[in-house]
Design a protein around this ligand. Structure first.
Ligand code: C2E
Ligand code: MG
Ligand code: MG
Ligand code: MG
Length: 284
């Protein structure tokens, strides 16, 4: 009986694998088509507000890419970023996202301080990444490079073959700022904090959600915020969904907040309207 169960498990497993491989191949094909198409249509870039904890004013925006399928369905990045990473298509995709992020920041430069852009390990490892960044910044002289923040995760340090620390120093040399994304979820957060020249820590949603009712989470957040401040870094709490958590984060001294409570990722037109409202609400 055990053997038969084992056999069934094997079959279930191989069926799942077949589906997974299938999905990946389909995903890769869709992504190639999207990159060959009118990228602003097929790979729209959305923005999520990042607000000041003190005033509620929109200070920045995180750039989050989407895919519009030929059927008109909008797919989240979890559906195609892994395939993009595996195939190397993350390089042209990442370039598109950077171009779009900077283009919108130029348009919003009087209302918005900064945009942040997610950069995957593979992109960071690419030798052409820094020259690309330098070219894009040179093409937008109206923007101080400080107004661009690159969000990286700890996996960049783990999987990359290049000297990530050195690459990040070069990027910082351009004036661009670095944020540690999903901070606290990795295996070696303290090593990460010590070895990377970061300007911002983004506290992962898992520590933020339900903070107000959880003394342990509160302690962890307070300690990380203290650490960040001591190292001269700013901090953003991710995944803020509840007013009670806002109060707890304010009390803990978290300077910036991001989450559905303040706005979901939205198309640029909608974000522009949100920016106007934020300005009017906080105008003297
Ligand atoms: P991330 O960088 O940690 O981005 C935050 C994710 O959390 C976003 O999901 C956002 O929609 C979601 N989120 C924000 N506030 C809340 C909240 O209050 N509650 C909940 N439940 N979720 C919230 P999204 O847009 O699906 O992006 C997922 C991940 O895909 C991102 O995680 C990022 O790692 C990656 N990604 C997105 N765009 C890009 C890109 O252009 N390049 C690369 N390399 N990765 C990207
Ligand atoms: Mg991010
Ligand atoms: Mg994050
Ligand atoms: Mg995340």
């Amino acid at each position: 009986a055990a053997k038969r169960n084992g056999g069934n498990r094997m079959k279930v497993f191989s069926d799942q694998m077949r589906v997974a491989v299938h999905e990946r191949i389909a995903g890769e094909k869709l992504l190639r088509q999207a990159l060959d198409g009118d990228r602003r249509q097929t790979l729209p870039v959305w923005f999520q507000p990042i607000v000041s904890a003190a005033t509620g004013e929109v200070m920045g925006a995180e750039t989050l890419v989407r895919m519009r399928t030929p059927e008109g369905e909008i797919l989240g990045p979890n559906r195609f970023i892994p395939a993009a990473e595996e195939t190397g298509l993350i390089v042209p995709l990442g370039e598109h996202v950077l171009i779009e992020a900077l283009r919108h920041l130029v348009a919003w430069r009087h209302e918005l301080r900064y945009v942040s852009v997610n950069v995957s390990p593979r992109q960071l490892a690419e030798p052409d990444f820094v020259p690309l960044l330098a070219d894009l910044l040179a093409a937008t002289p109206e923007l101080d490079p400080q107004r661009l923040i690159l969000e990286i995760t700890e996996t960049a340090l783990l999987v990359s073959s290049v000297d990530v620390q050195e690459r990040l120093e070069t990027i910082k040399g351009l004036g661009v700022r670095i944020a540690l994304d999903d901070f606290g979820t990795g295996y070696s957060s303290l090593t990460w904090l010590q070895s990377v020249p970061a300007d911002v820590v983004k506290l992962d949603r898992s520590f933020v959600a339900g903070l107000a009712d959880d003394p342990k989470k509160t302690s962890i957040i307070q300690a990380v915020l203290w650490l960040a401040r001591s190292l001269g870094m700013s901090a953003v709490a991710e995944g803020v969904e509840k007013e009670a958590d806002v109060a707890a984060l304010r009390e803990a001294g978290c300077p910036m907040l991001q989450g559905y409570l303040f706005g979901k990722p939205m198309p640029p037109e909608e974000f522009a309207a949100r920016l106007q409202r934020s300005r009017m609400a906080t105008a003297p």
